[in-house]
Ligand binder design. Structure first.
Ligand code: ADP
Ligand code: MG
Ligand code: MG
Length: 907
């Protein structure tokens, strides 16, 4: 049998289903599914993604079988709709729509009203009894077809779209504002002008044969898979270029037939905060693209649809309930109301902010629609999105002050929660350029509306503000996905791109001025408004709010308790100070995975410098003796803060050179302070200089050459442990030796540590259980992990250095080329953010296997930056680590990611 490339849906039955996303794309699979569950879907067919793959592998041609299969499917649509392509009394019109496996909002192009020509337009006018409608549809068709299929859409957005230009002129001549005010006669003229423009630009007549039109549109959809914005989008969201898109050809239903017609897009629950109930936009007497394009500001479904079209609203409400129960998730739908009847054109699981994700997941569990395990799915709550619940919000007092001071500019629709202030920038390219110059720059992208071309700039901005468009506009949708603070449809904003100003009443804000936007309320202020910590932080960390006062916190806590129920990995934190440690414990940390002792020296840097500058052992020991009590105090503080949880302390790691003053003025100041000649200091700085300090005299190499440093640190650790134990608290110190590559290095340092332990225990008469282990952060340590584990009682992967040394890529220098690498798909992502599983990950696996072969049940963790990054956490689960360790604010994210990994394992 020939390969099946075409899947029909219609008349209550479909050949595909929601399970076939890979073949049919998300849109096609869900159109099939909705058909199968009895929802009203106009008949159509889906050409599978395989054809797209074939298309690109075979010089943009189609498989020979395709044509017959398409013909057969067209005949089925004709039968289902009782209309015929090109018919002179009852013509069938279709749309041609792209649809990849993962939705790519607005990335690829759609053509509506295919099948119209000078003959069928008259037939449509007669059969609908609405001449204006027929010509409006024709006008739209020629424009979309010209732009998308005939390549007349301008390349640069500063260039003028010839059709928009003609439309503007026509509206102007007619003295109207909106296209829906043009008469049939004027639209007729416009079509003629459009077709003349096509002829002029392409040298060919506009195609009149409906089949030729369909094939042209299908080819354009496949072609759009490789257009620049689609490629950028896939790179941003990690969608493989090989997947390809499907194409859907579907009978048209019309929202532009009159005032009992409409088109709309909606979420079955609000995607910004997760509040139950429809949230969306509609336009009466309009077609598809009008709502998202922000041409007319749409109406809100939840506010007025029930009044405008009671029957349609009721039907839509029923459909929403059926969809949520069927898909067990909030849906993002597109629909058209034709003469009072609802038609479904699309459904997919809705994109949502972190706030909405948590609320929706918890609500669905409470409504009995999903289990707690399902609620934790990474598809519902990407672990990173929890971060949004921890970000600052505007302070009420600060907002009131701004308001009283007359700084409130206006209000728009709150589309992406959070608080953001930044400098106004009007163009996405400028935002991107400013960001590349300074990644810390704070920008608010202010635009009339956004388009997929603005994606990179939106990424660079802290917040997004638009004057047009509703809760389902491009800006709103993309911000939700990116977790950006966003306000849309702030109609009072008068944006002048030319003058680079935005005016509200008599207030003028210039490019570069600061504004503040409150994505919870839609308020827009001049200047910077004071922020305060989020509710979760207020409850957990600052104690300025009670748990029972914050619903956000309660949902967060519930979710975390479910995560803890399923996860296998323990989660520790990287902390050097008692305050950080306490915070981390509030976030759920179960120990310290990395205390960087050198951070403690920054408070006593002069004594430390004295130690480094010491010319002989005796003066070095004198300096070390001064440092000992500081370190002991710091360690005791940490042990107390951790209340009996394990604390891993890494011995001195960075090159000593980093601690010395480098310019003459500060060298003289130090000379005076510690009584050493400035020349000596300058000489020592020079001696300690290394050309490659990251690979130089650092890590355990310091303690091996200067064992007295290790001895002092070990003594401080054990004295502190004894002190805390004497005070009646449990304490579990784990001493960690950095940068070990040879077992001999480990043994050398272990001996110094254990000697000090014995001495301290003898002196104090108190014994403390402790472990001595090592960081695994050079490839040699992985390769000889069995030897190292014969001595080490635990391993902790230091994946920052392990990545640096495995890739031979300096963490301090890779910024110069990594973006180029990412944009050219040389690397899938930044290896210093996500573990390079194939490379570094393979070494880690080797380390785990070899380590445990020598010491059964060896405790192994990770303490690099990767320990708080969800995909890396999941990888750590997979290779059998015992814990991950990350910065305090990432602890909740790691807990969730660990649960997600464990749940994925259960399937
Ligand atoms: P996108 O992926 O950009 O949303 P779509 O293929 O969903 O593109 O189509 C864009 C708009 O056109 C949507 O609002 C959709 O509802 C409308 N549309 C598509 N096909 C039809 C159709 N057969 N009848 C009526 N409207 C349609
Ligand atoms: Mg759509
Ligand atoms: Mg390191």
């Amino acid at each position: 049998m020939a390969t099946k490339y075409v899947y029909f849906f219609g008349d209550g039955k479909a050949e595909g289903s929601a399970k076939m996303k890979n073949e049919l794309g998300g849109k096609g699979a869900n159109l099939a599914e909705m058909t199968n569950i009895g929802l009203p879907v106009p008949a159509g067919f889906t050409i599978s993604t395989e054809v797209c793959t074939y298309f690109y592998a075979n010089d943009k041609t189609y498989p020979p079988e395709l044509k017959d299969q398409v013909e057969e499917a067209i005949a089925k649509i004709e039968k289902a709709m009782g209309a015929k392509l090109g018919d002179t009394t009852n013509p069938l019109l279709v749309s041609c729509r792209s649809g990849a496996r993962e939705s790519m909002p607005g990335m690829m192009d759609t053509v509506l009203n295919i099948g119209l020509n000078d003959t069928t337009v008259d037939a449509l006018a007669k059969s609908s009894g609405n001449e204006r409608f027929a010509w409006d549809s024709y006008r739209r068709f020629v424009q979309m077809y010209g732009d998308v299929v005939l390549g007349m859409k301008p390349e640069k957005k500063t260039d003028i779209d010839p059709f928009e230009d003609l439309l503007e002129k026509k509206k102007h001549a007619a003295g109207v504002h909106f296209d829906n005010e043009l008469t049939a006669e004027q639209l007729k003229e416009l079509v003629a002008e459009f077709k003349a423009a096509v002829k002029k630009t392409t040298g060919k007549d506009f195609p009149t044969d409906p089949r030729e039109q369909i094939y042209g549109a299908v080819g354009a959809v496949f072609g759009s898979w490789m257009n620049d914005r689609a490629i950028v989008y896939r790179r941003t969201y990690g969608i493989p270029h090989e997947w390809g898109t499907a194409v859907n050809v579907q009978a048209m239903v019309f929202g532009n037939l009159g005032d009992d017609c409409a088109t709309g897009v909606a979420l079955t629950r609000d995607g910004a905060l997760g509040v139950p109930g429809y949230c969306g936009d509609y336009l009466i007497n309009a077609q598809g693209e009008d709502v998202v394009a922000g041409i007319r500001t749409p109406l809100r479904i939840e506010e007025t649809l029930a009044k405008d079209m009671p029957a349609a609203f009721k039907e839509l409400d029923e459909i929403g309930k059926i969809l949520e129960s069927h898909y067990k998730d909030v849906q993002d739908i597109e629909f058209t109301v034709q003469r009072g009847k609802v038609w479904m054109l699309q459904t997919r699981n809705a994109k949502r902010t972190g706030f909405a994700a948590v609320r929706i997941a918890v609500d669905l569990v409470e409504e009995g629609k999903i289990t707690d395990k399902e609620a934790l799915s990474p598809k519902r709550i990407p672990a990173d999105d929890l971060n949004q619940l921890l970000q600052p919000v505007f302070d009420q007092a600060g907002k009131k002050a701004a308001q009283d001071g007359g700084k409130l500019l206006t209000k728009g629709i709150n589309a992406g929660p959070g608080a953001a202030y930044g400098q106004v920038v009007f163009h996405a390219d400028d935002a991107e350029a400013l960001y590349l110059k300074n990644p810390a720059v704070e920008l608010i992208l202010v635009r009339r509306e956004t388009t997929p071309e603005d994606l990179r700039g939106m990424k660079a901005a802290k917040g997004i503000l638009t004057a047009f468009g509703g809760a389902s506009s491009h800006a709103a949708l993309v911000s939700r996905q990116m977790g950006k603070v966003c306000i849309v449809g702030a109609g009072d904003l008068n944006i002048d791109y030319e003058k680079a100003t935005v005016t509200v009443g008599d207030k003028v804000v210039k490019e570069g001025d600061f504004i503040s936007i409150d994505g919870f309320t839609g308020e827009i202020f001049e200047g910077k408004v004071q922020t305060k910590p989020s509710e979760v932080i207020q409850v957990l960390i600052n104690g300025t709010m009670k748990a029972e006062e914050s619903e956000t916190y309660q949902r967060f806590a519930k979710l975390m308790s479910w995560a803890d129920k399923y996860r296998k990995l323990k989660v520790r934190t990287n902390a050097d100070e008692p305050k950080q440690a306490t915070q981390a414990v509030s976030f759920g940390a179960e120990g310290i995975g990395l205390c960087r002792t050198e951070h403690m020296f920054f408070d006593h840097v002069d004594e430390f410098r004295e130690m480094i500058l010491a010319g002989d052992l005796e003066s070095r020991q004198k300096a070390l003796a001064k440092l000992l009590p500081f370190q002991r105090g710091d360690f005791a503080g940490l042990f107390k803060a951790m209340g009996g949880r394990p604390v891993t302390i890494r011995l001195l790691d960075p090159p000593l050179h980093e601690f010395l003053p480098h310019d003459h003025a500060s060298q003289s100041a130090l000379a005076e302070k510690i009584g050493i000649p400035v020349d000596t200091i300058a000489r020592r700085v020079h001696e300690l200089h290394e050309s490659n300090p990251m690979l130089g005299h650092r890590g355990c190499r310091l303690g091996i050459v200067f064992p007295e440093i290790t001895a002092m640190q070990a003594r401080a650790i054990f004295e502190a442990a004894v002190e805390v134990k004497k005070a009646g608290m449990d304490v579990i110190p784990e001493v960690m030796i950095p940068l070990v590559g040879y077992i001999a290095e480990f043994k050398n340092q272990e001996k110094v540590i254990r000697e000090q332990a014995e001495l301290v225990f003898k002196e104090t008469g108190v014994k403390v259980e402790y472990l001595v282990g090592t960081m695994i952060e050079v490839p040699r340590a992985c390769a000889t992990a069995d030897q190292i584990a014969s001595g080490a009682e635990f391993f902790s992967f230091g994946t920052n250095d392990l990545t640096q040394t495995t890739l031979g890529m300096s963490r301090d220098d890779y910024g110069g080329f990594i973006n180029h690498y990412k944009e050219n798909d040389i690397v899938p992502n930044d290896p210093f953010q996500m573990i390079d599983q194939a490379g570094v990950g393979t070494l880690m696996k080797m380390g785990v296997e070899k380590g445990r072969s020598a010491r059964a049940g060896l405790k192994i963790g990770i303490c690099g930056e990767h320990g708080g990054e969800p995909s890396s956490v999941m990888f750590c689960h997979k290779i059998g680590l015992d814990y991950v360790s990350c910065s305090p604010f990432r602890v909740p994210i790691a807990r969730l990611a660990a649960a997600q990994a464990a749940i994925a394992d259960m399937k």
